[in-house]
Write a protein that binds this ligand. Sequence first.
Ligand SMILES: Nc1ncnc2c1ncn2[C@@H]1O[C@H](COP(=O)(O)OP(=O)(O)OP(=O)(O)O)[C@@H](O)[C@H]1O
Length: 303
Amino acid sequence: MTTDTTIKDDAPGSAAPGETVLDARGVTMRFGGLTAVRNVNLTVNSGEIVGLIGPNGAGKTTFFNCLTGLYIPTEGEVRYKGNVLPPKSFKVTAAGIARTFQNIRLFANMTVLENVLVGRHTRTKEGLWSALLRGPGFHKAEAASRERAMELLEFVGLASKAEHLARNLPYGEQRKLEIARALASEPGLLLLDEPTAGMNPQETRATEELVFAIRDKGIAVLVIEHDMRFIFNLCDRVAVLVQGEKLVEGDSATVQGDERVIAAYLGEPFEDSPGDEEIAEVEAAEAKADTTTDAAPGKENDR
Ligand SMILES: Nc1ncnc2c1ncn2[C@@H]1O[C@H](COP(=O)(O)OP(=O)(O)OP(=O)(O)O)[C@@H](O)[C@H]1O
């Protein structure tokens, strides 16, 4: 991953510092008799990384689906930069919200670069006739799109694999590619659904750095994750969903110390839980692994 390049700070999705990017009010989603999400309020401001945690089945993904137009909430309203979101996912993407999925959804038989180009379609102005006639406007737009897609691949550390088929990438890199594709729509808000699921500790660390780099480029982030170390390292604010309702919201220390959250989700710390010394040992081992496998930021990890 490179942190010094590429996402344009004047992207259409970027927002003024401190601006409320996402404002979900009273969001409720019922499926027949089941209320999966109940009266949830949540805001995300520009410059923020916000976490959404909770037990399996708590309603986290359903809430994401309500934010991205996949579901129309039974009650409530979702605003992006003050405007009520349209009830169609491609319009939500065009408005400035992009997402990744819990189960990776890449085009397996397309190249890495083509997958990112697909993500750019909401930002290309060339229409159907231009594409069919392949006029000068089309070629210019296509060249610009390819350049932008390559910048994004550079940003996530996949530029050297641009021509590989997506299905041949290792799992961790497929997740990075999903993020690059989401960024291709130039969002102001990125929703990540379990971005580190199935990753080893080293890949999780790299993802953490990538999310910080995305935030530093002016894109607000809302992330669902079960890896609590990742969440509490990363997030400015964390909201806890339990049985569809928001139980607690606050900074990492507040949420980790909340007895209701401990009882409903986190559980009591073990008596012999790793102390500072043990954490330092794990971090030193990870740092050593980083240098021996040449997985420093900006470098390809050729495992
Ligand atoms: N399309 C649907 N139709 C009916 N019920 C659904 C639908 N989608 C989700 N649910 C139900 O809504 C509840 C919340 O599910 P959801 O997937 O949002 O939870 P989650 O917090 O994301 O869980 P996990 O951490 O396991 O991914 C569950 O009881 C689930 O079975």
